[in-house]
Design a binder for this molecule. Structure first.
Ligand SMILES: *Cc1c(COP(=O)(O)O)cnc(C)c1O
Length: 420
C-alpha cells in the first residue's frame, strides 16, 4: 500500500521509446539527397543484408512492419480459411491477427512459468485434441526465448510448420543461435518500441530463396515480369520504405549497446527488489541469452492485495504490506513514469472468446472461465491458466534505454513504497 508522496519526474520515464544516435539521420538524408524516397534503394538492401547476417539466416525480406511479415508468413505456411492454427496465448495481438487475415482460426496454447512463453506440455495436449493442425505461431515474449527445442520436437512429430515471431527478441539467442532463425519462417519488427527501431518496419526471415522471392513479390503488389502491370495473384503493398530503412540501418550498430543497457536496467531492478515478495520475468535461463527488452515483475500470490479487472477498468483494495499491478501502475503514472500491464492473454480477449484454448491439462474451455478465474489449480498445484495468472499478478516496468540510474532508483523506490 503506497502512503508516500513522490515529486513526479520532470521528464516522463517511458516504457520503451526509440533511442536515436545520429547515423539514422545520415542514412535518411542519403535517401533524400539521392532521391531514393520510395521502396527501392541502398538502405533497404543494407537492412536485408544486416538482418540476415545478424540473425544468421540466408534471406531477410524488408517489409513495412512485423505484422505484414507475419501476414505473409501465414501465406507461406499455407494457412487456409477454416484451418485451425496453434498460437502463443500471452503475446501481443499482432502475433495472431494475421492468422485471421487468412481466414484461419487461432487456438491458443497456454503459457509456462519457466519462460513466460508457449508451454510445450500444453502444445502436446493441443495436438492430441487437434491432430490435424499444421501451423504453430510461437512468440518470444519480452525478449526471452521460449523452449524452442521442445516445441520443435513436438511440431516435427506432427509435421507442423513453425512461424517464429521474434518481434520482441531480436538479438536474443537460444543455445547460441539467434531467435528468428528457428522457424520454417521467422519475423522481426522495427516498431518504435522495439530493441532497435526504424519508427516502423519488419523483416521476414528464411533460408529458402523461393520463399524470399515469393514474399518480395507479394509485398510489391505481385507484379509479374511483363512490360505492363500484369497480375496472376493478389498482391500487397507491404514493402519497406528506403527512408525507414535508413533509420533501421543507422540503428544496427547500436543493437548490442541497447541490449547491454536493457540488461543493466533488468539487473538494477532485480537488485532493488531483492527483498520484496516479487519475482522478475525469467531472464536467467540455462539455454538462452535474452535481449532484456522489457523488465517485468510478478507479485507473489500472498503479497497481492485484492484486485479486480473488468473489460475496461480495474479496481483494487489497498492493504498494508501488499500491492497489485493496478496500484503500482497507477502510482508510477502519478509520478510521470510509464509501466504497462502484462500483455492480456489472447484467450481472454473478447474478439477470441469463441476460439480454443489449451492448458497443460487439456481443453481450457472445458472449464468455465469463472472456475479458472477463481484460481483453479492443476494436478501440480499451480494455477491451471498460467497466462491469466501472470496477467493478474504481473506488470511491465519502465524499461527505457535513456532512463538514468538515478531515475531508475527512484522508480524502484516508488514500486517499493507500494508494498509498505
Ligand atoms: C511488435 C510486435 C509485433 C508486430 O510488429 P509491428 O512491426 O509493430 O507490426 C508482432 N508480434 C509481437 C510479439 C510484437 O511485440
Amino acid at each position: 500500500m503506497n502512503m508516500r508522496e513522490f515529486t513526479p519526474f520532470k521528464n516522463k520515464i517511458w516504457l520503451s521509446s526509440p533511442t536515436m544516435h545520429g547515423e539514422e539521420l545520415q542514412y535518411m538524408k542519403e535517401a533524400y539527397d539521392t532521391n531514393w524516397m520510395s521502396t527501392v534503394g541502398a538502405n533497404i538492401n543494407e537492412v536485408e543484408r544486416l538482418t540476415a547476417e545478424m540473425v544468421g539466416c540466408k534471406y531477410a525480406v524488408a517489409l513495412s512492419c512485423g505484422t505484414a511479415a507475419l501476414h505473409l508468413a501465414m501465406k507461406i505456411a499455407g494457412v487456409k480459411p477454416g484451418a485451425k492454427v496453434f498460437a502463443s496465448d500471452t503475446t501481443f495481438s499482432a502475433t495472431v491477427n494475421p492468422i485471421v487475415y487468412e481466414g484461419g482460426v487461432p487456438v491458443f496454447i497456454d503459457t509456462e512459468y519457466d519462460t513466460w512463453n508457449m508451454d510445450p506440455a500444453a502444445l502436446e495436449k493441443a495436438f492430441e485434441l487437434y491432430p490435424d493442425v499444421r501451423v504453430v505461431v510461437v512468440a518470444h515474449l519480452y525478449g526471452t526465448p521460449g523452449k524452442i527445442d521442445e516445441i520443435r520436437a513436438i511440431c516435427d512429430r506432427y509435421g507442423a510448420a513453425i512461424v517464429e515471431d521474434a518481434a520482441e527478441s531480436l538479438g536474443a539467442t537460444y543455445k547460441g543461435k539467434m531467435t528468428g532463425n528457428f522457424g520454417t519462417v521467422g519475423v522481426c519488427s522495427f516498431n518504435g518500441n522495439k530493441i532497435i527501431t526504424g519508427s516502423a518496419g519488419g523483416c521476414l526471415l528464411t533460408d529458402d530463396i523461393e520463399v524470399a522471392n515469393k514474399v518480395r513479390k507479394w509485398s510489391t503488389q505481385s507484379r509479374e515480369n511483363a512490360p505492363w502491370y500484369q497480375h496472376e495473384e493478389a498482391g500487397y503493398n507491404y514493402r519497406m520504405s528506403n527512408v525507414i530503412a535508413g533509420v533501421v540501418r543507422g540503428q544496427y550498430p547500436h543493437l548490442e549497446e541497447h541490449i547491454a543497457q536493457k540488461k543493466a536496467i533488468y539487473e538494477r531492478y532485480r537488485k532493488g527488489f531483492q527483498d520484496l515478495p516479487v519475482k522478475m520475468n525469467p531472464m536467467d535461463l540455462e539455454n538462452s541469452e535474452p535481449n532484456y527488452w522489457l523488465s517485468c515483475l510478478l507479485i507473489e500470490p500472498e503479497a497481492m492485495c485484492k484486485q479486480v479487472r473488468g473489460e475496461q477498468e480495474a479496481l483494487y483494495i489497498a492493504e498494508h504490506g501488499k500491492s497489485c499491478p493496478t496500484e503500482i501502475l497507477e502510482t508510477l503514472a502519478k509520478c510521470n513514469a510509464e509501466g504497462r500491464p502484462i500483455w492480456k492473454p489472447m484467450h481472454m480477449q473478447p474478439i477470441y472468446r469463441m476460439n480454443g484454448f489449451v492448458t497443460r491439462e487439456g481443453d481450457g474451455r472445458a472449464k468455465t472461465n469463472a472456475y479458472i478465474a477463481g484460481g483453479a489449480v492443476g494436478k501440480d498445484g499451480k494455477p491451471l491458466d498460467v497466462g491469466m495468472d501472470i496477467f493478474h499478478r504481473g506488470l511491465c516496468l519502465p524499461s527505457d534505454n535513456k532512463m538514468t540510474a538515478e531515475e531508475q532508483e527512484k522508480v524502484i523506490e516508488i514500486v517499493r513504497s507500494c508494498f509498505e
